[in-house]
Design a protein around this ligand. Structure first.
Ligand code: SF4
Ligand code: SF4
Length: 437
C-alpha cells in the first residue's frame, strides 16, 4: 500500500510538471502571428507519416539514420511496457499483463529486451561519435556547453534506463525460479538471462531489493525524463509530428509575398492590383522579434533537434560566413523561452528591451544567406530556417533601410528603373539600335 501511495505521488508530480510545461510551450507558440494552415490535408498527412513517423529524410545519411532508428523504435515500443508499470504501480500488482497474454507476453518481453540492447548500443556509438570522433557538426560554434551536455544527458539516461530494465528482468527471473510469491512467470528472457548469473548468489530478500530498486529506478527515471524532455531539444520526438504536418508545401524556391507590397509593385508597373479589396496594412514589415513570426515558425523552433544537417549543407556556413541555420532555430527558441518565462512571472515579456534580431541574431548572419533552400532540403523534420531569415531580412530592408549599401542601390534601381541596373527604362532597347546599324 505504501508503494502504491508513493507511486501515485510520483506520477501526480510528474503529470503536474509536464502539464505546466505543455501549457507554457503552447502559450509561447501562440505569441506568433495567427495564420491559418488547413489546405492539402492529404499531402500533409503523407508528410507526417513518411517524414516524421517513417523517418524518410533521415536515411539520406544511413549510419546516423540506423542508429537513430533503433533509439526511436526502442522509445516508441519499449514505452508500451511503461503502461504495465503504471497499472502495476497504481493497483499494486506485478506484471499485470502476463497472465492474460500467456506465451505472447514472453515474445513481447524478449522483443523489448532486444530493443533495449540495440538502444544501448546505438547510444554508445552516438556518444563516441559526438565526444571522441568529434563529428564537426556537433562541435560548431553554437554547440556550446549546454547543447552538447543536453545531448549527452539524453544518451546516457537512455543507457541507464535500459540497464535498469535488464537488471529488473534478470532479478525477476531468478525470483520466479525460486517460486517467490507475487513473481508471475514470464518464460525465459534471453538478454537479461545473460546477466542473471551475476545476481545468482544474492539471497531472496536482497534479490527482491534489487528487483524493486530497478523497477522504481526505471519508472521514476522515465517520468523524470518525460519532464526533462519538455526543456530539451528532445521535444522533437513529439513536435516533429505537428511540424511536418504544418510544414511548407509550396515549391522550394517559393517566397511568401506581402500582398500590400505586391499591389504597390503591380500598380507601379501599370498592372491592375491583385484584388479590388485593399490588402490589410501589416503592423510591421518583416520580423524583428518572435511575435512578428508566424506560429508555425515558432513551432518549428521547438521542433529543432539541433542535428546540424542544415548547417553542414549551408553554402554560407561552409564558406566561412557567420550564418548557421541551426543557430537561427536555436536562437528563436531561446528568445521564445526568455519571453515565455518572463510572461509567466508577469514580467515585461516582449517589452524587455531585447529582440530576436539584434539581441540574438545579427545582421551579418542574416545578410549571408543565399536563399538557396539547402537547409530546408537537409532538415529531417522539414524545418525551414530560411523563412525566418527572410522575414528578419525583410525587416532590416523595409523598416530600417539597413541593408548593405550595394543592396540599397539595387533596391533603388528596381524602384525607379524597374531593373537592378541604373539605366533608365527608356534606354532599355538601345542595344537594338546598335544592331540596326
Ligand atoms: S537558404 Fe540560407 S541558411 Fe539556408 S542553406 Fe541556403 S544560405 Fe544557408
Ligand atoms: S533545423 Fe532541421 S536540420 Fe537544422 S538543426 Fe534543426 S532539425 Fe537539424
Amino acid at each position: 500500500m505504501i508503494q502504491q501511495i508513493l507511486f501515485l505521488i510520483t506520477l501526480g508530480t510528474a503529470i503536474y510538471f509536464i502539464r505546466n510545461r505543455i501549457m507554457r510551450i503552447r502559450s509561447t507558440i501562440k505569441l506568433g502571428k495567427a495564420i491559418v494552415i488547413n489546405d492539402r490535408s492529404d499531402e500533409r498527412l503523407r508528410n507526417l507519416l513518411l517524414v516524421a513517423f517513417g523517418q524518410k529524410k533521415m536515411f539520406k545519411r544511413p549510419v546516423p539514420a540506423i542508429l537513430h532508428f533503433f533509439i526511436y523504435a526502442g522509445f516508441l515500443i519499449i514505452n508500451i511496457e511503461v503502461l504495465e508499470f503504471v497499472i502495476d504501480g497504481i493497483v499494486g500488482t506485478h506484471r499485470i499483463f502476463a497472465p492474460y497474454l500467456g506465451t505472447f507476453y514472453n515474445v513481447l518481453m524478449n522483443g523489448f529486451e532486444f530493443l533495449a540492447v540495440t538502444v544501448m548500443l546505438a547510444c554508445v556509438i552516438m556518444l563516441v561519435r559526438r565526444n571522441l570522433l568529434k563529428i564537426k557538426r556537433f562541435w560548431s560554434a553554437e554547440m556550446t556547453l549546454w547543447p552538447r551536455l543536453d545531448a549527452n544527458i539524453i544518451l546516457i539516461t537512455e543507457i541507464v534506463l535500459m540497464m535498469a530494465i535488464l537488471t529488473m528482468n534478470a532479478s525477476d527471473q531468478l525470483l520466479q525460479q525460486r517460486s517467490v510469491e507475487h513473481y508471475t512467470g514470464t518464460g525465459p528472457l534471453l538478454f537479461s538471462g545473460v546477466i542473471a548469473p551475476v545476481l545468482m548468489d544474492l539471497d531472496t530478500s536482497a534479490l527482491i531489493g534489487v528487483e524493486r530498486a530497478a523497477w522504481w529506478f526505471h519508472i521514476v527515471g522515465i517520468l523524470a525524463f518525460a519532464v526533462y524532455i519538455t526543456y530539451s531539444k528532445h521535444l522533437h520526438i513529439f513536435l516533429a509530428f505537428p511540424n511536418t504536418y504544418f510544414a511548407k508545401l509550396e515549391p522550394k524556391g517559393h517566397m511568401e509575398n506581402m500582398p500590400v507590397v505586391t499591389n504597390e509593385v503591380r500598380m507601379m508597373l501599370g498592372m491592375a492590383a491583385g484584388s479590388s479589396e485593399p490588402p490589410p496594412t501589416p503592423g510591421r514589415f518583416g520580423a524583428k522579434d518572435i511575435n512578428d513570426l508566424s506560429w508555425n515558425h515558432l513551432l518549428a523552433a521547438y521542433s529543432c533537434t539541433e542535428c546540424g544537417r542544415c548547417t553542414s549543407e549551408c553554402p554560407a556556413n561552409i564558406t566561412g560566413k557567420k550564418l548557421s541555420p541551426r543557430k537561427i532555430m536555436m536562437d528563436t527558441r531561446d528568445r521564445m523561452e526568455e519571453v515565455g518565462a518572463s510572461l509567466a512571472k508577469n514580467g515585461s515579456g516582449l517589452n524587455d528591451g531585447k529582440s530576436l534580431l539584434g539581441s540574438y541574431i545579427t545582421k551579418e548572419e542574416i545578410n549571408a544567406c543565399t536563399s538557396c533552400n539547402a537547409c530546408f532540403e537537409a532538415c529531417p523534420v522539414m524545418i525551414n530556417p530560411m523563412e525566418i531569415i527572410l522575414e528578419l531580412r525583410r525587416y532590416i530592408a523595409m523598416e530600417e533601410s539597413g541593408s548593405p549599401v550595394a543592396w540599397n542601390s539595387m533596391f533603388q534601381n528596381i524602384e525607379t528603373n524597374f531593373a537592378p541596373w541604373k539605366f533608365s527604362p527608356a534606354d532599355r532597347f538601345n542595344w537594338a539600335n546598335e544592331i540596326k546599324k
